[in-house]
Design a protein around this ligand. Structure first.
Ligand code: FES
Length: 66
């Protein structure tokens, strides 16, 4: 939501599941690692940079205490 990563949201469930799986294994991914982890998903709206921004923001949230 903070990064406006999705437009129509059709692809959001798959990306979010991949983000959760990635962050459970690696809470501090590089942008390249995050891109690789999300690479199995397709977005027909196609703004992959915003989705990747969202993944990196999610990683920041995961690392915050409490
Ligand atoms: S935001 Fe529309 S398919 Fe991804």
């Amino acid at each position: 939501m903070d990064e406006a990563g999705f437009q129509c949201g059709f692809c959001a469930p798959g990306f979010i599941m991949s983000m959760v799986a990635m962050l459970s294994k690696n809470p501090a991914p590089t942008r390249e690692e995050a891109a690789h982890a999300l690479s199995g998903n397709v977005c027909r709206c196609g703004d992959y940079n915003k989705i990747l921004d969202s993944a990196m923001r999610a990683a920041e949230y995961v690392r915050q205490p409490g």
